[in-house]
Design a protein around this ligand. Structure first.
Ligand SMILES: Nc1ncnc2c1ncn2[C@@H]1O[C@H](COP(=O)(O)OS(=O)(=O)O)[C@@H](OP(=O)(O)O)[C@H]1O
Ligand SMILES: [Mg+2]
Ligand SMILES: [Mg+2]
Ligand SMILES: [Mg+2]
Length: 401
């Protein structure tokens, strides 16, 4: 039975700005050019400086942005109107809350970090909203975003216009990559769960030179208490978790209403028989029969815990379960916003995230992850056993075809 349940001083930021926008010019310079050498040295020292950076201001801005976006989403989920739900060209659902959340996060990051170069890789864009017939939806998003920002005392003097909202949403069109800094946002991860009234997450990560250096996951419907793994997904009184992690500084969880943060750690279990595992709620998103075969091989006794979105990474980071497996159907390409924040939240809590060949996820290749077959997550001790079971099961499946 499945259970449903930088501090960047100004000169440094100017160097980074150069780094982001002028890399194509750099390529045109001959390697022995003195200018090239100067710039290369500058880039190397920026990288060295970046590795010891605290990212404190970025983290504070990211937490504020995600908390506010969560407020917007909660409001919509409470009074969800059928007219709020649209279908995208790939037939996946999108709601006023996905667009509103993206506009809020984009606006808050730009306002809170005015001296930083701003690049955002995000899931949504305004194409459908600009089409004829989208006016009412756009007006509703504009109202939601203005109300949400006003509730935090932001934006009281001059509310955003419809055009401002479209521009905020479209600031997420960056292609990311291995140079400079890029925010990575899924404004609602698990839209299908959001529509069912189940789990979803606002997921925000920061890439610096292709590596995820911080992540925030707001999970408005995730209980503050550990998931028991028993029975149907229920909503006890206290729900709403905010997970956050910075490179080298651990993972913390607080309530979305602002309780003090506590450090969290992944499960320490070494015995797969005691481990429970998470997977996608939606069978269309991950091969449930393959994960069931792997679990059997491992001797996992507990039924799979199926929950939507990167809430799985959050729950795993605090030890609610020990394993997360994700095997999309053939031909699906994973996007970086579906994993960036979750990945650092789990790794800073002591876990490991790899593809099915045991390679770490590479977020430096643009909007998509280029990976082998699937994504597996667990603690350091269990990873070799899990990887072996995954590879054996994949071989068995392939030879049965
Ligand atoms: N076919 C297919 N295969 C694999 N993954 C897919 C597929 N279609 C969508 N998606 C992405 O899955 C994101 C939802 O996350 P989960 O799969 O963890 O959630 S769920 O439990 O299935 O609801 C979901 O994120 P959102 O679009 O942000 O909701 C999608 O990016
Ligand atoms: Mg998603
Ligand atoms: Mg989404
Ligand atoms: Mg989507």
């Amino acid at each position: 039975m499945a259970t449903n349940i930088l501090l960047t001083p100004a000169p440094l930021s100017r160097i980074l700005r150069f780094d982001i926008y002028s890399s194509s010019n750099l390529r045109k310079l001959r390697p022995k050019s003195p200018i090239f050498l100067t710039i290369t040295t500058a880039r190397a020292s920026v990288r060295a400086a970046a590795s010891t950076m605290s990212y404190d201001e970025e983290l504070a801005a990211a937490k504020k942005a995600c908390s506010l976006a969560a407020r917007l989403c909660q409001k919509v989920q409470k009074a969800l109107l059928q007219s709020d739900v649209q279908s995208k060209s790939d037939k996946s659902p999108v709601t006023v809350a996905d667009y509103g959340s993206q506009a809020v996060v984009s606006y808050v990051l730009e306002k809170e970090l005015p001296s930083r170069p701003f690049s955002l890789v995000a899931e949504e864009d305004s194409t459908d909203l600009r089409k004829g017939g989208g006016e009412d939806t756009l007006q509703r998003i504009t109202k939601l975003v203005n109300e949400t920002l006003a509730s935090e005392g932001m934006n009281n003097k001059s509310p955003l216009s419809d055009e401002d909202i479209l521009a905020s949403i479209d600031s997420g069109k960056s292609v990311g990559g291995s140079v400079g800094r890029h925010w990575v946002l899924d404004p609602i991860d698990g839209t299908k769960g959001f529509l069912r009234g189940d789990q979803y997450a606002i997921a925000l990560g920061l890439l610096d030179e292709g590596k995820v250096v911080l992540g925030v996951l707001a999970c408005p419907n995730l209980p503050l208490q550990p998931l028991s793994g028993q029975g149907q997904q229920t909503f006890p009184q206290k729900v709403g978790c905010l997970f956050f992690a910075k490179e080298g500084a651990g993972t913390y969880m607080q309530s979305l209403d602002g309780s003090p943060p506590t450090q969290v750690h992944v499960s320490a279990t070494e015995n797969p028989e005691e481990a429970s595992f998470f997977e996608s709620f939606e069978a269309a998103h991950s091969l449930h029969d393959l994960t069931s075969l792997i679990a059997k091989k491992l001797g996992v006794k507990a039924p799979p815990v199926r929950i939507d979105s990167q809430a799985k990474y959050g729950a795993l980071s605090r030890g609610d379960g020990a394993i997360y497996m994700r095997f999309p159907h053939k031909g699906y390409h994973e996007k970086i916003w579906d994993h960036a924040a979750g990945c650092i939240v789990v790794t800073e809590a002591g876990g490991i995230v790899t593809d099915a060949a045991g390679n770490p996820l590479d977020f430096s290749k643009g909007r998509f992850l280029d990976l082998d077959t699937g994504i597996i997550v667990t603690n350091q001790k269990l990873m070799p056993t899990l990887l072996k079971a995954v590879q054996e099961s994949l071989k068995e499946k392939a030879s049965a075809l």
